[in-house]
Write a protein that binds this ligand. Structure first.
Ligand code: AMP
Length: 425
């Protein structure tokens, strides 16, 4: 059983706060400085995969990331991997696109490989897509390890999962609801779990998974390592961290609300009734290789897809009403490049791992600034550049202003004659 290493001497004495509050307070106070790699005596990254070796990872893992084409760890990887390898609890504040998945899958494979055969790691994710993405990372990096990884999510038949779980697995990547079904049927034993990861914790709570998370974690040994990743840190996530993490080290990438800096943002003022026409016009006039369009609602997504079809543009919708098979088929077609336009709602987009997205288009302005950041996190991933365009109807001007306030910068307006409703926003 992995035991946590002794707490480091960075803690501050609790004052008026309770012990529990102080833990997170202590962690929060470390936010800006989150253990730079140099302070661990590691050499600075040198620009090839050997920088991964310098983080302490097994040679097989270094080869795997090298084969994946990575030449240097991303900042969250540089910070989090050595801590994870040492068994520390880590709270990673990082949005999708920062390389956070590898930041926890690599050290988990390192720690589990060649160990005893039983379920030793559990990764909880909010969506099926993210579940599959995380499972894919384990497979991609961990082929050599012989670790058995199984994705467990709803919307697909139960029996194959049951069979696989009963045969025994090393790592489970699961959405909370389906995992509880399996726990109730005693298909899975988590009492000897060593590592728990709560991935995209903010989104899991947004989706109402708090009771399920509590239920699952209550059955897991307290002598575990817990890693929590979240793009944002609202009080609910802080409370979750306070409850389940022990003296976590907080690792933060960029400012909490920072959008990927490789993304060029632009706002197009346009009346709601002209949005589809503007979309068709942009798709035909720009070199839009792979475009992710976001709508607020499922019906909106279907409507946009129908309108694009009428205009002769291949597109497909991705939302909660689609079956898993339909989602997989849509993703595959998009990945292969057969379909250039994927129209998604916010929930559906969270777990999408599609590299090389050239454009993100906010057909509707997202109601939450955080959603804007998540959405545009789909392009410009891991230092590729991309464009993020937002269509702004007159009744959405205030929402754009809020997003600009959170971003801390204005977004460029692009006025297209014939579409602009005549305001600079
Ligand atoms: P994530 O933030 O985990 O969703 O990862 C975003 C994308 O970055 C994924 O497609 C990864 O394959 C890719 N990625 C992860 N780590 C690196 C790295 N060190 N260098 C280049 N790409 C990476």
């Amino acid at each position: 059983m992995i035991k946590r290493s002794a707490p480091r001497g960075k803690g501050r004495a609790p004052s008026r706060k309770t012990q529990d509050e102080a833990k997170v307070h202590e962690a929060a106070a470390e936010l800006p400085m989150a253990v730079p790699a140099e302070s661990e005596g590691l050499p600075a990254p040198v620009g090839d995969a050997s920088a991964f070796a310098a983080l302490g990872l097994l040679p097989e893992l270094v080869s795997a990331v090298s084969a994946a084409g990575y030449t240097a760890p991303t900042p969250i990887q540089t910070e989090a991997i050595p801590l994870c390898l040492r068994g520390r609890d880590v709270m990673g504040l990082a949005q999708t696109g920062t390389g956070k998945t590898a930041a926890f899958t690599l050290p988990i494979i390192h720690r589990l490989h060649a160990g005893p055969r039983r379920t030793r790691a559990l990764i909880l994710t909010p969506t099926r897509e993210l579940c599959q993405q995380v499972e894919g990372s384990f497979r991609k990096y961990g082929q050599f390890s012989g670790l058995d990884v199984i994705p467990v999510f709803g919307g697909v038949s139960y029996e194959p999962q049951e069979q696989a779980l009963r045969n025994g697995v090393d790592v489970i990547v699961a959405t909370p609801g389906r995992l509880i079904d399996h726990m109730e049927k005693r298909n899975v034993a988590l009492d000897e779990l060593e590592i728990l990861v709560l991935d995209e914790a903010d989104r899991m709570l947004d989706m109402g998974f708090a009771p399920q998370i509590n239920r699952i974690v209550s059955g897991i040994s307290p002598y575990r390592q817990t890693l929590l990743f979240s793009a944002t840190m609202p009080p609910e996530v802080e409370a979750l961290a306070r409850k389940y993490l022990r003296r976590p080290i907080v690792v933060q990438v960029g400012r909490r609300s920072q959008a990927a800096h490789t993304v060029r943002h632009a706002v197009y003022p346009v009346p709601g009734s002209r949005k589809t026409a503007l979309l068709v016009s942009l798709l035909s006039s720009h070199a839009m290789e792979s475009t992710l369009v976001f709508t607020r609602t499922k019906h909106g997504a279907d409507r946009v897809v129908r309108a694009l079809h009428e205009a002769g543009v291949e597109a497909t919708a991705m939302h909660a009403d689609k079956t898993q098979a339909q989602r997989n088929a849509a993703l595959e077609a998009f990945r292969r490049g057969d379909i250039k336009v994927l129209v998604a709602t916010d929930i559906a987009q969270r777990g999408l791992d599609i590299s090389g997205i050239s454009h993100v288009i906010n057909y509707d302005v997202p109601g939450q600034a955080e959603d804007y950041i998540h959405r545009i996190g789909r392009t410009g991933r891991a230092a590729q550049s991309g464009d993020a365009f937002t269509f702004m109807a007159p009744d959405e001007i205030a929402m754009v202003r809020t997003i600009e306030r959170v971003l801390g910068q204005p977004i460029e307006r692009i006025s297209i004659p014939g579409f602009d409703f005549g305001t600079s926003g």
